[in-house]
Design a protein around this ligand. Structure first.
Ligand SMILES: [Zn+2]
Length: 138
């Protein structure tokens, strides 16, 4: 029985991930205190999911700490914006979700909306949730 519990705990723990905040372990909260009696330490938070920074940070403070330490490097690595981008008909599509149509029981709750032409085109829920799906032409 104990073996089963140990194995179960191991499999649950392996599904958990660490907060990426570089100073997470320095914040004093009860849930960060881990370890055996007499040898407790403040540790980085570990969870199955996080609310901030695309599921990488336990708090907005940890998210901000990461950006303060690595943000400029990340921007330089992936390309700093050096001139204004311009909204056009070709890149003006955004995805929208209409809560009101849900109440009325209509089908087209998800749609693409063009900021320039104000045109709307229905989306499936799958297209709405697919980060790579867009009507924009780059
Ligand atoms: Zn954190």
């Amino acid at each position: 029985m104990l073996n089963v519990l140990v194995q179960l705990e191991r499999s649950v723990m392996s599904d958990l991930k660490f907060c990426q905040g570089p100073k997470c372990h320095t914040y004093n909260t009860k849930d960060r205190i881990k370890g055996p009696q007499g040898n407790k330490t403040n540790q980085t938070r570990r969870r199955s999911s996080f609310y901030y920074g695309d599921d990488n940070f336990c708090s907005i403070a940890c998210y901000n700490d990461w950006f303060r330490e690595f943000g400029n490097q990340a921007i330089d690595h992936f390309g700093r914006t050096t001139q204004a981008k311009i909204l056009t008909e070709q890149n003006g599509w955004v995805k929208r979700y209409d809560y009101r149509s849900y109440r009325q029981g209509e089908e087209d709750r998800y749609y693409s909306y063009n900021h320039i032409t104000e045109e709307q085109r229905p989306l499936t829920q799958e297209q709405y949730e697919d980060r790579n799906y867009t009507l924009n032409i780059s």
